[in-house]
Design a protein around this ligand. Structure first.
Ligand code: ADE
Length: 441
């Protein structure tokens, strides 16, 4: 009789029942201190950002909630998911949540790991807080995508670097994180808001420079108006001097790595090839950079330091002023250096004497005599009208303001992250949220 009175369960109810027994089994194991559960709670931190895992977890969490509701209110369970919770139950849930630090406890910051599945990342460190729109480009080590930080509807650029199993890749990710944190102290370097990682990728959330790169601007317009060249190069000077005074040589300065933000100011980006710790006379020796922008000492694999960036800066200035490169690029380093040594750039007749003089001092083959290494470029007559103190504070009116983008107009796409979920090591001390990012609504 009892049997015949029992209602036939709907598929949803059956599913809930299955989860109830699964959860009860897990709770039993936790109580008994089962080895399996202890191991899961340790590795869970590693697993949770993989998209697949997140989906599974969300599903499990919802059903855990359903499970609670079964005990609380039999009718409500069968009607809704997690959103069906009553206000006082939601309140209780909020109050019992473990406190979260923006320094991402999930990266091992907190000693206490709760052996359950409801650990949630703060929104800036959760890949699911971001909607992806399109590729912005490829940097030295990764891909950069335009995305929206959904809770604030704020456009950001996300640099995504695959975690390869070699050590140098991990070192590069750590270097990028160090340099991006440091870059936040200079207004002419691309700022980062946050960094975090999944099992197979590292994510750097960067400010979105909506004006695009100087490369795109030069490709579109050809040579730029002289006032713009002066303004942009002056801001690059401040950014470069900041890097150099912190012992950093960019090593891949080119128009693709110089962006214009939404107010029309310059942002140097992509520190993937940068060298650190180059204070005083310290030099490095490795072939890096992009054909057309590499200094002669880099091409012949001599020791070099900040002077290499001043050469690239000279090339960029020439390109902005003329629309062309001063020396023909070549993938062969030897051919490129022989072109540099055997030819002179074609200086157009309309070029001002000040610019001509400045360019000849930047495109100086001897790195020790090159302006930037020898003498202060800010004092050159080309910059006589620049008010450096005001410029440092971004108080000088920009020559051009890009159109303001709106996150609302952009369609979301699937970023197509690799499905590979094989275990990779965690990059230590990667996660952070910049204290200057006002990410809460
Ligand atoms: N391309 C690479 N990084 C970018 C950024 N931060 N903003 C806009 N475009 C980019």
């Amino acid at each position: 009789m009892e049997e015949s009175k029992r209602r036939i369960l709907t598929p949803k109810e059956k599913e809930i029942q299955q989860y109830v027994s699964c959860v009860e089994e897990k709770e039993d194991k936790i109580k008994k201190g089962s080895q399996e559960v202890v191991v899961r709670s340790k590795t869970h931190v590693e697993e949770k950002t993989s998209v697949e895992e997140k989906k599974k977890r969300k599903h499990t969490e919802e059903n855990l909630d359903n499970n609670k509701k079964i005990k609380l209110d039999d009718k409500e369970i069968l009607q809704g998911g997690v959103h069906g919770l009553r206000e006082e139950q939601k309140d209780k849930k909020r109050k019992t949540k473990r406190p979260r630090s923006p320094e991402d406890p999930l990266e091992g910051g907190s000693g206490y790991k709760k052996p359950c599945l409801d650990v949630k990342r703060p929104a800036p460190l959760d890949i699911e807080s971001y909607r992806f729109h399109k590729d912005l480009g490829r940097g030295s080590f990764g891909r950069v995508m335009l995305a929206t930080f959904a809770p604030k509807k704020q456009l950001v650029a996300i640099k995504i670097i695959s975690k390869k199993t070699n050590k140098s890749n991990y070192e590069n990710i750590k270097k990028e994180a160090r340099l991006l944190k440091m870059a936040n102290s200079c207004p002419f370097l691309c700022h980062s808001y946050a960094a975090f990682q999944s099992e197979i990728q590292a994510f750097f959330v960067l400010e979105y420079a909506s004006g695009g790169s100087l490369y795109k601007m030069i490709s579109r317009k050809g040579k730029l108006p002289m006032e713009r060249v002066k303004f942009y190069t002056a801001e690059i000077v401040i950014g470069l001097q900041f890097l150099h005074s912190n012992g950093i040589v960019h090593c891949d300065l080119k128009p693709d790595n110089i962006l214009v933000d939404m107010d029309g100011h310059i942002k140097i980006c992509d520190f993937g090839l940068s060298a650190e710790g180059l204070f005083g006379e310290k030099m490095i020796c490795r072939l890096s950079g992009t054909p057309g922008y590499r200094a002669p000492e880099v091409l012949i694999m001599n020791d070099y330091n900040a002077g290499a960036d001043w050469w690239s800066f000279g090339v960029i200035m020439y390109e902005m002023a003329t629309g062309n490169l001063p020396f023909a690029p070549s993938v062969s380093a030897l051919r490129e250096v022989s072109t540099i040594k055997s030819s002179k750039p074609d200086y157009p007749s309309h070029m001002s004497q000040e610019m001509l003089d400045l360019l000849s001092k930047l495109l100086e083959i001897d790195q020790k005599k090159r302006l930037g290494v020898k003498g202060n470029i800010r004092e050159h007559p080309f910059y006589a009208t620049i008010k450096w103190k005001r410029m440092e504070k971004r108080r000088v009116k920009t020559p051009f303001r890009p159109k303001k983008p709106s996150a609302g107009e952009l369609p979301a796409i699937s970023p197509g992250f690799p499905a590979d979920s094989s275990k990779r090591e965690k990059v230590e001390e990667l996660s952070y949220v910049a204290s200057t990012w006002n990410w809460q609504e």
